[in-house]
Design a protein around this ligand. Structure first.
Ligand code: ZN
Length: 656
């Protein structure tokens, strides 16, 4: 056995507070108010040939109440043995379950006077990434999908860490971890990266293994691992980018400003406690924009636009270093505590670095996204309240939407607006104190509200906090934002829409000639606009094209309009994935067939859910009976991440 000092990192200065004994996260089988994980040490072996992880996990658990059974969440995990530190077998039962929350590993803990207990679980994962129906955390890419070498990356949010190792898979539990990772031949030369600090090997570590340490306590969903053909490039003394060899040059160019962003975030939110801030650019099937894995943000290659125009996603992930990672939501019902605060901090950083016009653009775009979502699901849908009512055994992924982000942001923006009026106070000063007060902890919405009420009693009295937190549908109030850049873009969008309103039975060529004449000056101006403003323009068009593709004054947005727009602006060839996405959506609405190749190319070359889910849905609705969408999805589904595949199957009603 390794000595304690090698096995476990020192505990943080502020110990993590466990929840009350009766606390239960609906998406977990554990009782963290009875047994609370204090530390995890993982020995992992990556087996690319069989697509398995072999693991030996050592746990140190605080005993808070008398109980002989301890439950851990598992999914797709085969348990080999459970022992005490001396190697004596402990009795256990491992029950797999097909439900979204998976199975339970129940361990008998012998009674003792010690306030903590230690035990060791040997296991292996099942080789299919946790299996169905909810998918798993591990994505195994074949050599052709990942630059000639196999590749693995994990995505543990929301409840997939349980398919990597048995754990108390709830954000109510935060613990530091140590990991010692080996790769089986013939791939032992491939570098491993983790959401942790790389450490020198200890004397008894397996030969060729890499040791990692995450000394700051994290919830299980922030555990992350990747291994494959990767190069690294330094960006500053504490920042580095990892990417596949063919992407590393473009990536280090695109993300060169990371140190500035991090420094600006620190000025606003307080000290950065994590040490390093590295980035990992993943292969194209990564289903998210970014994942805020601590010390190593995972990002999609769709952020590489060639002109740094999408780096606000990096600012978002940096903001998570305080909101979500340092102060975490207690369970998925309070997920907005992670995302709403992150978006608030992200947009303040954006404003500080690039001006309030850009914050305004982002805020208005966010409000449009929220309106569209509310229109699609209905004002009373269960996902439209900030605090959700996730039920026992339900999949938190089913509640994932823009509501936590955008309604959360607008709630905080409204509080900021009122606090300024009532007290003349700077809300971000208060947020900095909030991060200090709750650092290393997991909190509920009420913990935040209690602090807010104490600091700003007058405002707390005026604002209908209950309506904001528990009401479904629209934001109760909207704070003013800087709309200068938005107004310019939207006034041109409106001119275009009224231009099309007059086209009647005119043929395409003559509409184009009139457009060239009417928008001669605008065309050159448009060429110089910032990408975000171009995006705002396309989204403004999008917002005015309603059901049945009708626009204001009853004129139909048809293929002719889209074709003229394409001839004037050449949206089909943009490299900015956000503009491309918005354009694909309005082109599909117009049934503009020449854009179909662009859509097909877009959904074939990346697997980011934000883009591919709506595009498949659009194609499904536009083409009768969804034949085209279903056939295209069928030909591409193997290239997508299991989470993305699962969600699209639901969207297209392909579930068995
Ligand atoms: Zn986020």
């Amino acid at each position: 056995m390794e000595s304690d000092s090698q096995k476990f990192a020192p505990l943080p200065p502020d110990p993590v507070k466990p929840p009350l004994p009766y606390f239960k996260d609906p998406a977990s089988h554990c009782w963290p108010g009875i047994h609370f994980t204090e530390h995890i040490c993982l020995y992992l072996t990556i087996d690319f040939t069989n697509k398995r992880l072999n693991g030996r996990a050592i746990y140190k658990v605080r005993k808070l109440e008398k109980a002989e059974q301890l439950e851990l969440d598992i999914r797709g995990i085969h348990i080999k043995s459970v022992t005490d530190p001396k190697g004596n077998n402990l009795s256990y039962t491992a029950k797999e379950d097909e439900s979204p929350v998976g199975g339970i590993l129940s361990i008998h803990i012998p009674t003792s006077k010690s306030p903590t207990t230690e035990f060791i679980v040997s296991y292996e994962t099942d080789g299919c990434g946790g299996g169905s129906p909810a998918g798993g955390a591990c994505d195994w890419l074949s050599p052709p999908q990942a630059g000639g070498q196999p590749f693995i990356f994990t995505q543990a949010q929301a409840i997939h860490a349980r398919s990597i190792f048995p754990c108390q898979d709830t954000p109510a539990v935060k613990a530091p971890y140590t990991a010692i990772v080996s790769v089986l031949p013939p791939y032992q030369h491939l570098p491993v990266v983790m959401s942790a600090q790389r450490m020198p090997s200890a004397s008894d570590d397996p030969v060729g293994s890499t040791r990692f340490h995450c000394a700051v306590p994290i919830p299980s969903y922030l555990f992350a691992l990747a291994c494959g053909s990767l190069n690294s490039r330094s960006l500053s003394p504490r920042c580095m980018v990892w990417a596949q060899p063919d992407v590393i040059d473009a990536a280090s160019e695109e993300f060169a400003d990371v140190e500035n962003m991090l420094a600006t975030a620190e000025e606003l939110a307080g000290p950065y406690v994590w040490g390093r801030y590295d980035l990992l650019v993943l292969p194209a099937s990564f289903p998210y924009g970014g994942m805020e894995n601590p010390m190593l943000t995972f990002v999609t290659p769709t952020l590489i636009a060639g002109d740094r125009s999408l780096v606000n996603v990096i600012i978002h992930e940096i903001a998570h270093s305080w909101a979500g990672n340092l102060v975490s939501c207690r369970d998925s019902c309070h997920f907005w505590v992670n995302e709403g605060f992150t978006v608030k901090l992200e947009r303040r950083i954006l404003s500080k670095m690039y001006g309030s016009g850009l914050e305004g653009l982002a805020a208005i775009a966010g409000r449009q996204t929220l309106d569209e979502y509310l229109a699609a699901v209905g004002e009373h849908h269960k996902t439209t309240s900030l605090v959700t009512k996730l039920k026992d055994g339900e999949d938190p992924d089913d509640y994932f939407s823009c509501v936590s982000y955008e309604k959360g942001y607008n709630f905080l923006l409204w509080l900021e607006h009122c606090v300024k009026e009532d007290y003349g106070a700077d809300f971000h000063e208060f947020l900095r104190e909030y991060f200090q007060k709750f650092k290393y902890q997991s909190i509920s919405s009420q913990d935040f509200i209690n602090m807010f009420q104490k600091t700003f009693p007058k405002t707390a009295e005026e604002v209908d906090v209950d309506l904001w937190l528990h009401g479904t549908g629209k934001c109760p109030d909207l704070a003013p934002v800087d709309t200068s850049l938005v107004e310019e873009a939207s006034s041109f969008a409106k001119q275009w829409l009224s231009f099309f309103a007059g086209n009647g039975d005119e043929d395409e060529e003559s509409v184009y000639k009139r457009a060239e004449e009417s928008f001669k000056d605008w065309r050159s101006k448009f060429g110089e606009w910032e990408s975000k403003q171009k995006l705002c323009f396309v989204k403004e068009l999008q917002a005015n094209i309603g059901e049945g593709a009708s626009i204001n004054k009853g004129v139909v947005w048809n293929a002719k309009c889209a074709s003229v727009m394409q001839a004037m602006c050449d949206f089909n060839s943009t490299r900015n994935s956000e503009i491309r996405f918005a354009w694909c959506r309005i082109a599909l609405k117009a049934k503009y067939e020449k854009a179909l190749e662009t859509v097909k190319d877009f959904v074939s070359t990346q697997g980011r859910m934000k883009f591919i889910r709506p595009l498949f849905k659009d194609m499904y609705h536009i083409y009768p009976r969804g034949t085209y969408a279903k056939e295209l999805f069928d030909s591409l589904k193997d290239s997508y991440h299991s989470i993305a595949r699962k969600m699209i199957e639901k969207d297209l009603a392909l579930e068995q």
